[in-house]
Design a protein around this ligand. Structure first.
Ligand code: OSB
Ligand code: MG
Length: 368
C-alpha cells in the first residue's frame, strides 16, 4: 500500500453524564481521529489521548503535532507500507505512543479492508461477543453511587469498577458490597492517587473480596507496586505503568502486578497490545481490555482485541450509550451483558458522515 495522505480530525462529544476520576472531571470528550488514505482504500484510527495531560503526558494537541510533523511524513517515506511496518518506521521518534497507535490503527484498518480480513480474526480472536464491565466515576454521595450502579446492573453489565481516591474508597466499596452482595464482580481504580504510605489503609479493602485494585501508585513506581502487592490480599492490576510488552514482562517479573489492563492506545497500538496479551498468557496473568471513553471507532477495535483467549476478565468495553447520546458510528448496544465482535473487514464499521460532521471541530489534510 502507498498512502496518498492522512486526515487529522478533531471532534468533541458531550458525555451523557460527568465522569469524575482521581485526576479530574470530564463533561465532554475531545477525540483526534486519523484517516489514512491510499489510492483505493481508507482506514480509521482513534487516538485515545485526552484534551489535557492528566491521565497521560500525551494530550490531543501533542498527538496532532507529532503526527503532522514527524509520524505521518515518516510513513510517506515507506515503500510497500503495511501495518506491521508502521512501528519500525516510527521507532526513531521517542515516546508518543498514543499518536503512534492511532496512525497504526488507521493503516491496519486500511490494510485489512483491502485483504477482506476482520480485525478480530487478524489478532487471533476466539469469541464472537465479549462480556462487558462498566467504570463508575466518583460521585457526590454514596446514595447517588448506589443508584448509578443499580442502573448499570439493570442494563446487564457483568462487572462494576469503582473509581477511588483518598476519601472515596472504603465506604463506597462497603456500600456497594452491602447493597449488591458478595457475588457481584467488583474492582476499583485509583489512577495513581495513593502512595506506599497508604498501604495499611488500602489493606482495609481486603475484606471486600475485590477482583483487583488498579494502579494505586504512580506510573513509574513498579517497585512500589511490588512492595504494595506483597502487603495486600487484593490483586494489584496495572494500567498507566504498562507501556509495552517489555514493561509488562518487567512488572510481572518484579511482582508488581498479577493482572494487566491492556489499552492499545497507551502501548502504541493493537499489535503491541497483542504482544502484551501473549506475554501475560505465558505467565498465566489474566488481562482485560481497558477503555478511554472511545467512540465507536476505538470501541470496535477494543472489542475485537477483547475477544482474544487471554482476556478472561470483563473489560471497560461498555455500550455507546454509557458515554454518548449519539455515537459517530452505528452504536454498540449491550445484549445480555455482552457486545458483539464486529464481523466485517478491518474495523467492520466506519463513521456515519452526518454524525461525524455534527461533532467535528476541525480537520487537517497532510498530503504525502
Ligand atoms: O483509568 O481506566 C482508566 C477513562 C479515561 C481515562 C482512564 C481511565 C478511564 C476509565 C473509563 O476508567 C474506561 C471506559 O469506560 O472507557
Ligand atoms: Mg485505569
Amino acid at each position: 500500500m502507498k498512502l496518498t495522505g492522512v486526515e487529522l480530525r478533531e471532534i468533541r462529544l458531550p458525555l451523557v453524564a460527568p465522569f469524575r476520576t482521581s485526576f479530574g472531571t470530564m463533561t465532554d470528550r475531545t477525540v483526534l481521529l486519523v484517516r489514512a488514505e491510499s489510492t483505493d482504500v481508507e482506514g480509521w484510527g482513534e487516538c485515545v489521548a485526552m484534551a489535557d495531560p492528566l491521565y497521560s503526558s500525551e494530550y490531543t494537541a501533542t498527538c496532532a503535532d507529532v503526527l503532522r510533523r514527524f509520524l505521518i511524513p515518516a510513513l510517506g517515506r515507506v515503500r510497500d507500507l503495511d501495518a506491521v511496518g508502521v512501528a519500525p518506521a516510527l521507532a526513531p521518534f521517542r515516546g508518543h505512543r498514543m499518536a503512534k497507535a492511532a496512525l497504526e490503527a488507521a493503516v491496519l484498518d486500511a490494510e485489512l479492508r483491502t485483504r477482506g480480513v476482520p480485525l478480530a480474526r487478524e489478532l487471533g480472536a476466539v469469541h464472537d461477543r465479549v462480556p462487558c464491565g462498566v467504570s463508575v466515576g466518583i460521585m457526590d454521595s454514596v446514595p447517588r453511587l448506589l443508584d448509578a450502579v443499580a442502573l448499570y446492573l439493570d442494563q446487564g453489565y457483568r462487572r462494576i469498577k469503582l473509581k477511588i481516591e483518598p476519601g472515596w474508597d472504603v465506604e463506597p466499596v462497603r456500600a456497594v458490597r452491602e447493597r449488591f452482595g458478595d457475588e457481584l464482580p467488583l474492582q476499583v481504580d485509583a489512577n495513581t492517587a495513593y502512595t506506599l504510605a497508604d498501604a495499611r489503609h488500602l489493606a482495609r479493602l481486603d475484606p471486600f473480596d475485590l477482583l483487583l485494585i488498579e494502579q494505586p501508585l504512580e506510573e513509574e513506581d513498579l517497585l512500589g507496586h511490588a512492595q504494595l502487592a506483597r502487603t495486600l490480599a487484593t490483586p494489584v492490576c496495572l494500567d498507566e505503568s504498562i507501556t509495552s510488552a517489555r514493561s509488562a514482562a518487567a512488572a510481572i517479573t518484579l511482582g508488581a502486578c498479577t493482572v494487566v489492563n491492556i489499552k492499545p492506545g497507551r502501548v502504541g497500538g493493537y499489535l503491541e497490545a497483542r504482544r502484551i496479551h501473549d506475554v501475560c498468557a505465558a505467565h498465566d496473568i489474566p488481562v482485560w481490555c481497558g477503555g478511554m471513553l472511545e467512540t465507536g471507532i476505538g470501541r470496535a477495535a477494543n472489542v475485537a482485541l477483547a475477544a482474544l483467549p487471554g482476556f478472561t476478565l470483563p473489560g471497560d468495553t461498555s455500550a455507546s450509550n454509557r458515554y454518548y447520546r449519539t455515537d459517530i458510528t452505528e452504536p454498540f448496544v449491550l445484549a445480555d451483558g455482552h457486545l458483539p465482535v464486529p464481523e466485517g473487514p478491518g474495523l467492520g464499521l466506519a463513521p456515519l458522515p452526518d454524525a461525524l460532521e455534527e461533532v467535528t471541530v476541525g480537520t487537517e489534510w497532510i498530503a504525502l
